[in-house]
Design a protein around this ligand. Structure first.
Ligand code: FAD
Length: 421
């Protein structure tokens, strides 16, 4: 059996795992990425229905690790305005990037198809001499030693032959998504609850142009977001609602769907027409009780999943990746063992506290807007209008939406000059 040694092995070459690999590119650390699928390297003509609203902080990271130029050359849509309102009420709030001078940003963020982000990061990681990508490879077993871990992988070679491979590494990172194989192997317990919502996603053409504005409407039945795509009348929707109604709307014919969507969106952009397949995703809150163990770290959806109402999931995962890279590079420079739990503790405290605050905030939002108790509705409408009118409060809100608050890793704070990086 072939055996190779690495400093860091990342299980999962999704957006978050590849961001970590690219953040460690060109360092002294030898990095492996194990990905179960081979990402398609061709961008299809049709928009993918899975998109992410990337924050300004995520754009900073993607720029600093060399992935943004690929995204900039391909389909993406910066958005400079955001509008949030409650159905059948006076409660509304609107933001625009130009009103926040201190952030020095022309946009609040960008909507990008997940596969384009993954391709950009794949290319950045693949170009790094210290990163090896194993794909399509799956992990078969993991064993922890005192100074290293042993992983056995199975996969296919370039000439499509079945291959078994062994890797040793000082640290194994689980970036293998919500049902993380590594988290289960390491017996790391998880707290979880069902949000009672399924998210329906699709690409929609509207009569009126989106004007580079991300829009979201809250109603007692659910939360509907319209995210602008790179054509003026095309948006991607995330419609969170009860599992039964999400299923009905996925299965009904196009005309019934278009009517229901146009009405749910208060006719804001005129008649809406579905232009893609409709996908439905169950929404679950997951929070891993540890983000680190001896020789193990968890990042991205492997560590936490949250309601997509604020479009934060992958943005949080990118902060995990940037924070872990910063800690690993610092510890390596100081001659410390990068896989020792004591040296992973700071990363764990840092990222757990951020994730817990976001989970609590999402729960608060979801509960606040659930149901149609008239008193609760009056309180939240007054709150929305107040934030809309009070400039300092609004600035704080906008900076949160841009991901530019809190204890950010260096790679996410701003675009670094070559000399800084
Ligand atoms: C409807 C919806 C809308 C969303 N919208 C937004 C948004 O607007 N903004 C935002 O920030 N977030 C959003 N999110 C969340 C975001 O999609 C996730 O947080 C993000 O995709 C997580 O990325 P990841 O790399 O951690 O995990 P994943 O994307 O799940 O990647 C895991 C990777 O690991 C690989 N893998 C898994 N197991 C193994 C194994 N054993 N061996 C090898 N490889 C393995 C998989 O093939 C995959 O490539 C949304 C989520 C949903 C459901």
């Amino acid at each position: 059996m072939n055996i190779q040694s690495f400093d860091v092995t990342i299980i999962g070459g999704g957006m978050v795992g590849l961001a970590l690999a690219s953040a460690l590119a060109n360092s002294e650390l030898k990095v492996a990425v194990i990905e179960g699928k081979t990402p398609p390297m061709i961008i299809p003509d049709e928009h993918e229905i899975r998109v992410s609203a990337l924050s300004a902080a995520s754009k900073n990271l993607l720029t600093n690790i060399g992935a943004w130029p690929y995204i900039a050359q391909n389909r993406h849509q910066p958005y400079s305005n955001m509008s949030v309102w409650e159905k059948d009420s006076f409660g509304k709030i609107a933001f625009d990037a130009s009103s926040i001078k201190s952030a020095n940003e022309a946009s609040l963020g960008a909507i990008v198809e997940n596969s384009i982000v993954q391709q950009a990061l794949w290319q950045a990681a693949d170009a790094a001499p210290n990163v090896t990508l194993f794909h399509p490879f799956h992990c078969q077993s993991v064993a922890m030693g005192e100074r290293e871990t042993w992983l056995t992988l199975v996969g296919a070679s370039d000439d499509n032959k079945h291959v078994t491979q062994s890797l040793t590494s000082k640290l194994v990172v689980g970036a293998d998504g919500a049902n993380s194989w590594l988290r289960k192997q390491a017996d790391i317990p998880m707290t979880s609850w069902d949000y009672g919502h399924h998210a329906l996603v699709a690409t929609i053409e509207t009569d009126m142009p989106h004007d580079n504005t991300a829009r979201q409407i809250f109603s007692p039945d659910g939360i509907l977001a319209f995210l602008p795509l790179n054509e003026p009348n095309l948006s991607s929707i995330v419609w969170s609602q009860s599992p039964d109604s999400a299923q009905q709307l996925r299965d009904c014919d196009d005309i019934a769907f278009n009517r229901a969507l146009t009405a749910a969106f208060d006719n804001r952009l005129g008649y809406c027409q579905v232009k893609s397949a409709r996908g439905v995703f169950p929404l679950t809150m997951r929070f891993s009780q540890s983000f680190a163990k001896e020789r193990i770290a968890l990042i991205g959806d492997a560590a936490h999943t949250i309601h997509p109402l604020a479009g934060l999931g992958v943005n949080l995962g990118f902060l995990d990746a940037a924070a872990l890279a910063q800690e690993l590079l610092k510890n390596h420079k100081q001659g410390k063992d990068i896989g020792e739990l004591a040296n992973l503790r700071h990363f764990e405290r840092w990222r757990k506290s951020d994730a817990i605050q976001m989970i609590a905030a999402m729960e608060g939002f979801k509960q606040l807007f659930a149901g149609d108790n008239p008193l609760k509705k009056l309180v939240r409408d007054i709150g929305l209008v107040a934030v809309d009118k009070i400039t300092p409060a609004k600035e704080v809100f906008i900076k949160h939406a841009m991901g530019l608050t809190g204890d950010l890793p260096e790679l996410s704070k701003s675009v670094l000059s070559k000399a800084d990086s």
